[in-house]
Design a protein. Structure first.
Length: 402
């Protein structure tokens, strides 16, 4: 396409059948770095993500940012002709991404055992609540349930409060990120060591979060430890907390190695802490974290956030302010790193959004456009890839296929 992004994945073709966030996160990352991602939406209403607010006019801002760089086509996969059209698309692509309940593609006659006969190089990323196997495979699953069952929610919050779920779709975002990584590994295997054969990637919503909690199983197995909610502490190293300053703001501090603790002690004028047996090493500091936090908190309350951060930085202590988005968009470091960019959109005009991450020295990604209107590229894809005529397109629209 004429406005295709540049990047290390230029030339990679992806069809995204997924809805809402998890699969879309994977394809968003691929699209940021040049993959030609074709987002398949139902002809009636499009992706459910378009119904997530907030809205600018009638347009979902979630959609605009999560579907940037993608092309949108409409296709009714429950219609037999829609299934035939999808099979035709499969001949032209490297990757298909879906997040239906396990068995849905098979019910439509679109399981991998069939698709690989059409395109043996095809990589199929399947994201679901609980994976394609196991006793829970047929359960419906959204990120909130995955976060709860992964072990994450049980350890999030304060000891005297209830478990807390993240205020954003964390499980979906993490699963999508792991899914994108898995796609790249499968491409490497296919093109370098796998004899040109694709494969199926099975990513559940709960497992990537479970993988992040990697010490917990071993701690429980060998020591009988069950991780508990500890607020802003890190149970295995100290100090690590948020401290309120005299002007009511907050500073994050992490001094979980010996050298960083020494710098922190010097910054707050308490080099004597280094001689106190309660704080001489990390295990001692963990055992006496309340007393240590009291000393740090007293120093912090006597200063404004700006004053505290200046002193901490002068001493090389690891510290930073607690930001909200109003502060982030004004921070010069975020600006210098290109973390916030301007994008011109045909529906909403100029808007700011998160820039491309990570940063490449040679093959940089870019944001070419925000999420498109429903079916904006239907003709370009079906006629450009499949050679459909205007008459065939009109008939398929009339039949409710596209």
């Amino acid at each position: 396409m004429a406005d295709a992004p540049t990047g290390p994945l230029r030339g990679l073709r992806v069809v995204d059948l997924s809805t809402i966030v998890s699969g879309g996160m994977a394809t968003s990352l691929l699209a940021d770095f040049g993959a030609d991602v074709v987002k398949v939406e139902h002809p009636q209403g499009g992706d459910a993500l378009r119904q997530w607010g907030p809205f600018a006019g009638q347009v979902s801002l979630w959609w605009k940012v999560a579907s940037r760089n993608k092309r949108s086509v409409t296709l009714n996969l429950s219609h037999p002709e829609g299934q035939d059209l999808f099979r035709a698309l499969v001949r032209h692509v490297d990757v298909v991404v879906e997040n239906f309940r396990p068995g849905t593609l098979e019910r439509w006659g679109l399981g991998y055992e069939h698709l690989e006969t059409i395109n043996p190089r095809l990589i199929l990323l399947r994201v679901s609540g609980f994976g394609q196997t196991g006793p829970y495979r047929n359960r419906p699953g959204f990120g909130t349930v995955a976060e709860a069952m992964s072990g994450l929610v049980a350890i999030t919050g304060f000891p005297d409060g209830p478990p807390v779920v993240p205020p954003f779709p964390m499980a979906d975002e993490v699963a999508g990120t792991m899914g994108a990584l898995a796609v790249l590994m499968a491409i490497y295997h296919r093109d370098v060591a796998g004899g040109g054969r694709g494969q199926v990637i099975d990513v559940s919503l709960y497992e990537p979060l479970f993988r992040m909690l990697i010490p917990h199983v071993t701690q429980y197995d060998l020591l009988g430890l069950v991780a508990q909610r500890v607020g802003n502490y890190f149970p295995d190293a100290a100090p690590r907390n948020l401290y309120q300053t005299g002007d009511g703001r907050w500073v994050a501090i992490s001094a979980t190695s010996q050298r960083t603790f020494e710098r922190l002690a010097a910054a707050i004028g308490h080099a004597d802490l280094l001689d106190d047996p309660r704080f001489r090493d990390n295990p001692s500091r963990v055992a006496n974290r309340e007393a240590l936090d009291s000393a740090i908190g007293e120093w912090m309350r006597a200063r404004t956030q700006e004053e505290a951060l200046r002193v901490l930085e002068e001493h090389g202590a690891v510290a930073g302010p607690v930001y909200d988005i109003n502060q982030i968009v004004r921070d010069p470091h975020f600006a210098a790193r290109g973390n916030i960019i301007d994008v011109e959109d045909g529906e909403l005009g100029r808007m700011r959004m998160v820039g491309v991450i990570p940063h490449f020295s040679r093959t940089r990604g870019q944001v070419v456009h925000a999420g498109p209107p429903v079916g904006a590229h239907t003709a370009a894809v079906y006629q450009g890839w499949l050679g459909l005529s205007d008459g065939e397109m009109a008939r398929l629209r009339e039949a409710g296929v596209i």
